[in-house]
Design a binder for this molecule. Structure first.
Ligand code: ADP
Length: 489
């Protein structure tokens, strides 16, 4: 039972306005929207709703700060220092930010504390370190010339993010953009604007100059106004593949640079020669972590037929042992889904799975009648053509697909429009790498799942995205190469 003593207290909400040019302001229209607690469905607070007029103001501030401001021209080492300071402030306020994240998103406090927030701090520090390490080249060309290249910041960046890892997505976007000297107009997701706004306060405290980071909470229309704006040079988007397509079409009008991190339907492949204890843990974690709300969730679990029966029995036991409940309770390992829309979508997939003839071995029901809780659900004997094996569910629904041999599973694993992540479990190292090379996915984990690090690139093949985030490679998203050639003599 949850007791008051054990449960983390809800934090004070410090910021609900728009951040434009270093000032906190109401929307020009005066409009607000409500953000809800997914565990109770109760309103948390009203947040300013940015309209097109606010987008104009924020982009103008970001443009000014980029074209004339100190940020893009500041010594890179000083930019890095401000970013280190921001990381330090996040660390100092970790408990408050973790609690705010849990309240707005519904994720268990133990995850906010031990996963999301430490990754945020790491990401900001990692990119702070890159700020002064970007170099050009001297290029030998034909003739009597001095030719060299520079890497200049791309400009004003529109950054649009989803609700599943609200603060971590901010860090992934701000880190490389700030390090390279870009300015930012960010739109957090309508479900989870609160931690981004608090991070905006901390950024100002850290010394990020006015106009460098602007934050515009709102819905899709706010994001669309940022995408259409002529003074925005680049869009970085994380979200659904459908919205990615819309944004790419809109961005074509002004030929903006785009990077996308979109949906997935990742194959998680367990061979009979795997360490089954580890594979079962990894399968459970790789699917149910974050209530299944991960673009890289191992949602197609391929299990070699020789171990299939034992595997299903044990993974079901693990699923049943998940602790559903108040996300503020320290023992809770599964909270509610983020909102009613997601909840309904997932319940609909569960019904479609049953109707298609997959065997629902455990779960499949709502838990309680308040809060968007769904029982950990496992479907066995799923076939490749069922909707639950083809479409992104984004919920705590595992689909198990038996297989017989390596070539077959690689081919089936690749039979998807997505290509974000994959995993392979085997004790045979050569087989593991062989399969890893043949899978068409941006990340392949071997004998592990969901291992993220600020230094390791992440992103998708095919309809899972364009470009990569994290690592050195993400810096290219925020720079324009320039070639300078001078005649000698
Ligand atoms: P999800 O289905 O996970 O909510 P979406 O792709 O709808 O994913 O949303 C991700 C982010 O994109 C959110 O911040 C949302 O407000 C924003 N968004 C939705 N539609 C548009 C659009 N047409 N243009 C720009 N941003 C959008």
């Amino acid at each position: 039972m949850t007791t008051m003593e054990e449960t983390t207290a809800k934090p004070h909400i410090r910021q609900t306005q728009l951040l434009i040019d270093g000032q906190w302001r109401d929307a020009q229209s005066g409009k607000t929207f409500t953000t809800f607690d997914p565990s109770t469905e109760a309103p948390i607070t009203e947040v300013a709703y940015a309209g097109p007029e606010d987008v104009d103001l924020a982009v103008a501030a970001a443009r000014q700060a980029f074209d004339h401001g100190p940020w893009s021209r500041m010594d890179a080492r000083d930019r890095g220092r401000i970013m280190y300071r921001l990381a330090e402030l996040v660390e100092q306020n970790l408990e408050e930010l973790a609690a705010l994240e849990t309240w707005d998103n519904g994720k268990p406090i133990r995850d906010s504390r031990a996963a999301d927030l430490p990754l945020v701090v790491d990401c900001l520090r990692y990119y702070a370190g890159w700020a002064d390490k970007i170099q050009g080249q001297t290029i030998p060309i034909r003739g009597d010339y001095f030719c060299y290249s520079r890497r200049e910041p791309v400009g004003v960046c529109g950054q649009i993010i989803p609700w599943n890892f609200p603060l971590l997505m901010v860090a992934w976007k701000w880190g490389p953009a700030l390090a390279m000297g870009c300015t930012i107009v960010m739109k957090p997701a309508e479900q989870t604007p609160l931690t981004c706004l608090r991070l905006g306060e901390l950024a100002l405290e850290a010394g990020v100059p006015p106009g460098v980071i602007n934050i515009l909470p709102g819905f899709g229309d706010t994001g669309a106004a940022i995408v259409r704006h002529r003074d925005v040079d680049k869009i970085a988007f994380t979200g659904s593949t459908e919205t990615g397509r819309i944004i790419m079409r809109e961005a074509a009008e002004t030929l903006k640079r785009v990077t996308f991190e979109l949906g997935g339907k990742s194959p998680n492949i367990v061979f009979a020669d795997a360490d089954l204890d580890a594979a079962i843990d990894g399968a459970e974690f790789g699917l149910f972590f974050n209530q299944g709300q991960c673009c890289c969730a191992g949602s197609r679990l391929f299990v070699e037929r020789k171990v299939h029966a034992e595997f299903v029995k044990r993974v079901v036991e693990k699923a049943q042992s998940r602790q559903l409940g108040d996300p503020f309770h320290p023992e809770t390992t599964q909270g509610p889904q983020v909102d009613e829309e997601q909840f309904r979508k997932i319940m609909d997939y569960i019904e479609r799975g049953k109707r298609a003839g997959a065997e629902c071995v455990t779960g499949g029901q709502r838990l309680g009648d308040r809060g968007w809780y769904i029982e950990p659900t496992v479907f066995d004997h799923v076939s490749d053509d069922m909707d639950i094996a083809r479409e992104e569910i984004f919920g705590p629904v595992m689909s198990i697909l038996p297989f017989d041999d390596l070539d077959e599973v690689v081919e089936r694993g690749n039979q998807t429009m997505y290509g974000l992540a994959a995993a392979v479990w085997t004790r045979d190292a050569a087989k593991a790498h062989h399969v890893a090379h043949r899978l068409r996915a941006g990340t392949v984990w071997i004998n592990c799942y969901d291992v993220f690090d600020a230094a390791a690139p992440f992103g998708g093949f095919k309809a899972s995205g364009i470009g990569r985030e994290l690592g050195e490679i993400a810096l290219a998203n925020y720079t324009e190469p320039k070639t300078v050639t001078m005649k000698l003599g």
